[in-house]
Design a protein around this ligand. Structure first.
Ligand SMILES: [Zn+2]
Length: 461
């Protein structure tokens, strides 16, 4: 028997899915749709169908075409073998709770276990409660360093410092090979130290194959022209050159809040729990009250176990969890903010952007901190920028996912050197060729092809 590796997708960008098989054991790593904000069919206008959602997701290349994962009924007329006939012992492992790594998991038949780090799992369940994630099935949790056995394959997760709580890298051992899948990694975050400690542990193993997040080698995305840098109007232009750390971003915000009179607003991605924690801290330092929308307040209550200030937006939407949010937090009314804008640091998500019109005539500053809309080409992005412009506010946009969430090329090289694998394969990058493999053999596989992994070499089946 030999180990087989299949890079189902994600060799040329986001939406990584990797399948490793040994005999009748099979493990799959990550399970998200490709991130294509400009062509995404489910853009909020088109509704997801109910009974046919699995079929649709497969037809639209959202869910990956893999045999024995989806129930016969859900497959409808899609030509895949159903989960009911699955001859493999199978498990799916999710590196972190970002959509491009897990958006399709709810479609997998419940007979197949899907694992998250227990904090990622807690986040997933919290997102289900606030109706940001669909609820169709249950998931399982793991701890860092816990070994999970799937037939003849062993999987051990390690800490990784990505922008999502409970992020993990995986050590995968089959009877004849050792493979590392990095998940999304970076080494310039506030927990870089802990991330390097994990690398130290992982590199005790002799590694045949390293599958590594190489996002920052997508050079066209990573290197900006002077014009683009000017346009983005960042306090620290260095962010786009990939030379700044997570700490620098928080310091930038501090610099801007210092001496700012008027309201301050932020728009973030609320799965970044550490950013939530830091904005609360920064608000306190500048004697402002951080105020959250109810969805985010609920996440903070659940994941950080603290009460916060919450302001309910003026719309007709109501959710079951609102009651809990009202009971567990301090409610702020719009009038209080309008009367004393300098006392507040207020969250505003794009869907509630009209809430900002109440601050017309008040001096303001808006931090776009990796919230939606993420990509400048999106029409929503232009709408957002237009509204901020109408308010005449200062607008700071941090949307470069590449320099914030993923390891810089020099860190990647050091990481590969430390792990010292025989072969390296780049994933999550539009330009995988640009990865510096250091001493490893740099292999550029094809998607959706079975490779045997023999003595660290990938051989097409
Ligand atoms: Zn990712």
């Amino acid at each position: 028997m030999k180990t087989k590796v299949n890079f189902v997708r994600g060799l040329k960008g986001m939406g990584v899915v990797i399948m490793i098989t040994y005999n009748k054991s099979r493990v799959i790593f990550d399970f998200g749709a490709p991130f294509e904000p400009l062509t995404q069919i489910y853009d909020g206008t088109v509704l997801i169908r109910n009974k046919k959602r699995v079929k649709d997701a497969l037809l639209l290349n959202q869910a990956p075409m893999i045999d024995y994962l989806y129930s016969k009924e859900s497959l409808d007329d899609i030509n895949l073998k159903p989960a009911e006939e699955n001859p493999f012992e199978t498990a799916i492992f999710i590196s972190h709770c970002h959509k491009d790594h897990m958006s399709e998991i709810d479609k997998v038949d419940p007979s197949i276990p899907i694992y998250f780090h227990h904090l990622g799992l807690k986040l997933k369940q919290t997102l289900e409660t606030i109706e940001e994630e669909p609820y169709y099935r249950e998931y399982s949790g793991f701890e860092y360093h816990e070994k999970i056995v799937v037939g003849e394959i062993e999987v051990t997760a390690f800490f990784s410092d990505h922008t999502c709580i409970g992020s993990a890298s995986f050590l995968i051992k089959t009877p004849d090979c050792t493979i590392i899948y990095s998940g999304d990694i970076r080494f310039h975050g506030l927990e870089a130290e802990k991330a390097w400690q994990a690398v130290k542990q992982i590199c005790k193993n002799k590694i045949d194959l390293l599958i590594v997040d190489s996002t920052t080698t997508s050079s066209s995305e990573f290197v900006y022209s002077e014009n683009e840098i000017e346009e983005l109007n960042l306090p620290s232009k260095e962010i786009l050159k990939g030379m700044i750390s997570e700490q620098n971003i928080f310091d930038d915000i501090r610099k801007q809040l210092n001496n700012h009179k008027g309201i301050a607003v932020f728009n973030l991605y609320h799965r970044d729990i550490r950013m939530l924690e830091h904005l609360i801290k920064i608000a306190k330092e500048y004697k402002r009250k951080a105020v959250f929308e109810p969805h985010t307040a609920y996440i903070i209550n659940e994941l950080l176990n603290i009460p916060v200030n919450v302001m309910f937006p003026d719309n007709n939407l109501t959710y079951d969890f609102y009651e809990k949010v009202k009971n567990n937090n301090n409610i702020i009314f719009k009038k209080e903010v309008i009367d004393n804008p300098s006392d507040y640091f207020v969250q505003n998500t794009y869907k509630n952007i009209l809430e900002l019109t109440d601050y017309d005539g008040i001096e303001g500053i808006y931090f776009h901190l990796f919230g939606e809309p993420l990509v400048k080409g999106q029409s929503h992005y232009k709408t957002m920028a237009n509204i901020i412009d109408k308010l005449n506010w200062r607008f700071f946009s941090y949307i470069n996912l590449y320099s914030f969430s993923h390891a810089y090329p020099n860190h990647l090289a050091y990481y590969i050197k430390k792990l010292n694998p025989i072969t390296v394969v780049a994933v999550h990058s539009t330009n995988p060729k640009a990865l510096n493999p250091v001493n490893a053999k740099h292999y550029l596989p094809k998607e959706n092809v079975d490779y045997y992994l023999i003595n660290g070499k990938l051989i097409e089946k």
